[in-house]
Design a protein around this ligand. Sequence first.
Ligand code: FES
Length: 225
Amino acid sequence: MAIKYSPTVIEHFTNPQNVGEIENADAAATEGSPACGDMLTFTLKVDPESHVIEDVRFRSYGCASNISTASMATVLAKGKPVEEVKNFNAKIISEKLGGLPATKMHCSVLAVNGLKAAIKQWEINNGLAEEEEIQCNVTTIKKLLKHVINPQTGKNIISMGMINFIKIDGAKVFIEVNLGDTEDMYAENIRDEITETIESMKCLEEVVVRILDRQKFEIKDNNGV
Ligand code: FES
């Protein structure tokens, strides 16, 4: 089925704003999506006194939703203090775009996370924040899983209460997911996104994701695991 986009999404995709890279930027960050493997980079210029974003640009290797969200995020961020832009989220930006299909919400999460990562880098460069050391524990995993979007609803799997448990055993982690009202057809997408998100932590060697359907039957992945 063809995906329907709002006129604003189409406008920002066909005529994206603030594309490119700032020379001698104050900060830069590249983010990748575990869901699709796409990437994007943001560069920033920030006024050192007022902390207002003077310029922000992006380069996307993502899809139409990603380009539109990144474009809208830069339009909204320009001229605003970093403290305000840090509160941006995928929902706010997608609403400004007239909505995004639920299966495309991860693309907007990627764009917003990229912008926030550039801001964080600017804060680190200016001694306003410290590089976070990733702790290999359940709390960190839950935090990361907030980036995994249920393609049916466009909401993250933590806020939807889809995680039954997370158990770390040495370098292995077991995660049990309940699909609830989510269609079985989205199970593999969710499994892949969880696996790739957790693998980005680098401290765990094996990720086992068990997914239960509405009747609490296990959904095996394509390898029968
Ligand atoms: Fe990869 Fe949209 S499908 S960013």
